[in-house]
Design a protein around this ligand. Structure first.
Ligand SMILES: NC(=O)c1ccc[n+]([C@@H]2O[C@H](COP(=O)([O-])OP(=O)(O)OC[C@H]3O[C@@H](n4cnc5c(N)ncnc54)[C@H](O)[C@@H]3O)[C@@H](O)[C@H]2O)c1
Length: 403
């Protein structure tokens, strides 16, 4: 049943990889979820790079463009804003969006550490705006199924969790020195970029992390410079002017889950690398319990390995294909084997955000989840510097492991 149509004006801040993807995701919502009656209108896009504004207007279909993000926040036809700028602008823009009364979908990590994320959280709470975070891996149907198996107790008591987010985007020594490697622009390196996803995924599937100790390492200390707004962080530059890498390429942590976790008493490891040779988007979570275990890897996003029980005739892992029985899969493909992809996860994220804005189900990740993941990242950074275990507190309002 199609409900009354709800037109929602969209503003976009930054037209890079994520900005383009947010725009495509909004545009797909009416096709994928027609019964919601949600009609996003692409109102205005901002970027400091003029060619990207042209792209937003001429290709993505935004009615207006600007070099100043404040024009987006001040626009009377804008109801929701996507904040896809580099990390150093997240706190400034997130707080300004909240003050302007705009609901916002902001990319992870929200800011350069817990303090900035928490400032955005406080501003959003004071303004009462809906928030959504770019934790796209949550929406993979196989991950939703994994979460359900953990919640239903199919694995028994959760004993340990292993999350490893290994990417090769910086594995080339002449890989570009994008903003991601600059502490002022990005904050931490792989901790903010990939480890934050791993932290969120662990909390989403298993529950809040209570304690952490970590170490970090930088493999390549110099790279060729890349001007802002050009290329991507996958770019390779030969004979370019070199600059210093200011943050870590690799991070590893040991964690203990808290008492309110589905995995109360469970322990685990979180690891992330941006310089791995081999895995390109090897984002894996493995959950082990007293009665079974499961494994998921984003490179095989539509599969979940599940082992339930022991000493039976089917001992070992079963490969479960994502299918219309799992998550939002049926919205994209009619049967198992017709795989979904990364962009589809953003369409689900856009739907959850817009539905929450429209007063429907609040299934979106929110700024409290971002603050919780940021607390883990900041604690990992502190632990890596001091060698000490760090304690974490549960943050009210997170959706982590909420049924
Ligand atoms: N959820 C995910 O899986 C995922 C994946 C990639 C990136 N991200 C996050 O998305 C954010 C953006 O990353 P990206 O890869 O799209 O970056 P990008 O480098 O592709 O794009 C960044 C854009 O911001 C623009 N910009 C810079 N300063 C600006 C300003 N003052 N006002 C407006 N625009 C400005 C640049 O010109 C560029 O077009 C980051 O926070 C990153 O961590 C999330």
């Amino acid at each position: 049943m199609i409900t009354t149509s709800r037109s929602i004006g969209v503003g976009l801040i930054s037209v890079g990889w994520m900005g383009k993807l947010h725009a495509r995701a909004y545009s797909n919502v009416p096709y994928v979820y027609p019964e919601l009656g949600i009609e996003p209108r692409l109102v205005i896009a901002a970027d400091t790079e003029p060619s990207r504004i042209d792209f937003a207007r001429n290709v993505l279909g935004f009615a207006e463009g600007t070099t100043d993000y404040r024009d987006v926040l001040a626009h009377p036809d804008v109801d929701v804003v996507s904040i896809c700028a580099p990390n150093f602008l997240h706190a400034e823009i997130g707080i300004a969006a909240a003050k302007a009364g705009k609901h916002f979908w902001i990319e992870k990590p929200v800011g350069r550490g817990f303090e900035e994320t928490n400032a955005v959280r406080e501003a959003a709470a004071a303004a009462g705006v809906v928030t959504s975070i770019g934790y796209n891996y949550r929406h993979a149907p196989a991950v939703e199924h994994a979460r359900r198996l953990v919640a239903e107790g199919a694995l028994g008591r959760i004993t340990n969790v292993r999350a490893a987010f290994f990417s090769g985007y910086a594995s080339e020594p002449n890989g570009a020195l994008s903003w991601r490697f600059d502490r002022k622009l990005a904050g931490t390196g792989v901790l903010a970029d990939l480890f934050s996803h791993a932290a969120d995924l662990c909390q989403y599937v298993v529950g809040p992390v209570a304690e952490i100790t970590a170490l970090t390492n930088t493999v390549y200390t110099q790279r060729p410079k890349l001007p802002m707004g050009t290329g991507t962080h996958f770019a390779v530059i030969e004979d370019g002017e070199m600059g210093d890498v200011e943050n870590e390429d690799y991070a590893a942590a040991i964690v203990r889950f808290g008492p309110s976790a589905r995995g109360a008493g469970a322990v685990g490891t979180l690891e992330a690398s941006r310089v791995a040779v081999g895995p390109e988007c090897g984002y894996q979570i493995e959950v082990y319990g007293t009665e079974g275990s499961l494994k998921w890897d984003f490179e095989r996003m539509n599969e979940l390995k599940v082992c339930l029980g022991r000493n039976n005739d089917e001992q070992g892992y079963t490969t479960v294909n994502a299918s219309p029985r799992h998550g939002d899969y049926a919205r994209f493909q009619p049967g198992p084997g017709n795989s979904m992809g990364f962009d589809d996860l953003k369409v689900i994220e856009a739907k959850k955000f817009l539905l929450a804005v429209a007063g429907g189900e609040q299934a979106n990740s929110n700024i409290n989840d971002a603050a919780s993941a940021a607390a883990i990242v900041s604690a990992a950074e502190t632990s890596a510097e001091t060698g000490q275990w760090q304690k974490l507190e549960d943050l009210d309002g997170t959706t982590a492991a909420r049924a």
